[in-house]
Design a protein around this ligand. Structure first.
Ligand code: SDX
Length: 436
């Protein structure tokens, strides 16, 4: 049996060090060494020892997690061991959220209880409406969501008791239940429409559609094809291991802040165009290209660097087709059968065809990610582009909360406080302003 360790020789001193190698579930995906073991590699007794330098954490594991597994080379995505393809085909978002949060698929009784726990908390305090009314009517709904989710921490001061299981569960119910309500209220506010209260006789997604689009009918009836499509899109976006916004959720959790404040921070991280804001950026990009015949010209501007990125392409982990993009592409047909084909679909398909044949993208392993097609579907369903990242946030809420819970229960974890490589000035004395 080979020794599971590295032998490192420091050529500055000739000394050798044995560094143990740790493994996760898969021996060929995630073998690691402890960064702290490098601190013993020194040139003298007062030497601080070696650090690793890794901007953007491209090769740094921040935690051990059992929630989601990604294999970027093989295009694999699994939640608690179940493939995204099987969950999209057979599950519902609320059932998938239970799986992410509890580690197992629920039985009938557990699912019914979970459904009741969540739907029971869908109402928000009436003062929240006054808070939303205070936003500019053109406020981006992500900005409203960051503010209102954070504000929930002031309505539930008990949420600070994060080490109590019952308390954690109650805040998880509240966040799962109220995020769609806050999102729908933000949307209605932007249109100057009255808020629609939750209808607890509908499904999780059906109720969200009700709060978005109910008019004067006695009871809103969601279109079943669109309801199913949105539910699948929420499953696709539910978790994605240690992405930017989840890492922020864990970092804020690490100071023992309450889950509403942590979730508000995660939403703020998701808002960025390189992350959850990408699906909005994709639609702006497709609209700017405008027609299929202008695709070659646009591709040239990306390759020349004139336009920084082909939005909806590329991924830190997936170096092949994002499995979620494959499912999105199929889902588009179902939605377009109800809404009519989004005219920008032809531009997206041509953009994908050209890019996947171009060495600039192939050499950089740039393939469509989940955001490339999701925006086309949302737009066809009637969502304004500003709501796209909000839909992402509603779905990712389950993953953020599962990772928050896992962090708090992980004995290895402590407050997030990275080190740095100092490259600034050496010590120097103050000079009076007249002498500068
Ligand atoms: C999400 O992490 C997650 O899991 C995220 C997510 C989730 O579910 O949480 O999957 C959701 O955020 C999907 C990604 C959505 N973002 C976009 O579609 C924006 C466009 N894509 C990128 O900006 C980029 O691909 C990232 C941010 C997604 C990944 O960036 P990396 O891993 O830091 O890669 P990089 O910036 O180091 O790029 C490597 C090379 C560079 O070229 P060179 O400098 O080596 O010449 O690839 C180029 C980049 O310029 N490149 C692109 C590109 N993405 C990377 N060139 C053109 N178009 C692109 N989209």
């Amino acid at each position: 049996m080979k020794t599971q360790s590295l032998t490192i020789t420091d050529n500055r001193t000739g000394k050798s060090y044995e560094i143990p190698i740790q493994y996760g579930t898969y021996p060929d995906y995630g073998a690691s060494i402890s960064a702290l073991d490098l601190r013993k590699i020194k040139v003298s007794a007062q030497d601080f020892g070696l650090l690793t330098y890794d901007p953007g954490y491209t090769n740094t594991a921040s935690c051990k997690s059992s929630v989601t597994f990604l294999d970027g080379e093989k295009g694999i995505l699994r939640y608690r061991g179940y493939s995204i393809e099987q969950l999209a085909e057979n599950s519902t978002y609320l059932e998938t959220a239970y799986l992410l949060l509890n580690g197992e698929l629920p039985n009938q009784t557990q699912l019914a209880g979970w459904h009741e726990d969540v739907l029971e908390h869908t109402f928000v305090h009436e003062n929240i409406k006054k808070l939303i009314d205070g936003f500019h009517h053109k406020a981006h709904p992500m900005g409203t969501l960051v503010g209102t989710v954070g504000a929930l921490s002031t309505f539930y001061p008990d949420a600070k008791n994060i080490h109590e299981t019952d308390c954690r569960d109650r805040q998880i119910w509240r966040l799962m239940a109220k995020m769609p309500t806050l999102a729908a209220f933000a949307y209605r506010h932007s249109l100057g429409l009255p808020y629609v209260y939750p209808d607890q006789s509908l499904s999780y997604v059906g109720n969200f559609m009700n709060m978005l689009w109910k008019k004067s009918e006695l009871q809103y009836q969601p279109n079943p094809i669109l309801e199913k499509a949105l539910d699948v899109l929420f499953i696709l976006h539910a978790d994605h291991e240690q992405n930017c916004s989840t890492s922020v959720m864990r970092a804020v959790a690490s100071s023992y802040s309450d889950p509403f404040s942590a979730t508000s921070s995660a939403i703020a991280a998701l808002y960025g165009p390189l992350h959850g804001g990408a699906n909005e950026a994709v639609l702006h990009m497709l609209a700017e290209i405008g027609s299929v015949d202008r695709v070659p010209e646009f591709i040239k501007t990306v390759k020349s660097g004139e336009v920084s990125r082909l939005m909806g392409f590329g991924h830190r982990v997936y170096k092949h087709y994002d499995p979620r993009a494959t499912i999105c592409k199929k889902l588009a047909n179902d939605v377009f059968s109800v809404t009519g084909v989004n005219p920008l679909l032809a531009v997206a398909l041509e953009l994908e065809r050209v890019a996947l044949q171009d060495d600039y993208f192939i050499s950089r392993n740039l393939y469509p990610n989940v955001d490339f097609y999701s925006g086309l579907i949302y737009q066809a369903m009637g969502f304004p582009v500003g709501m796209f990242p909000v839909l992402f946030a509603i779905a990712r809420n389950a993953g953020w909360l599962a990772q928050w819970k896992e962090f708090l229960l992980d004995p290895d974890q402590k407050i997030a406080r990275p080190r740095q490589i100092y490259c600034g000035d050496q010590a120097r004395d103050y000079i009076a302003v007249d002498n500068r």
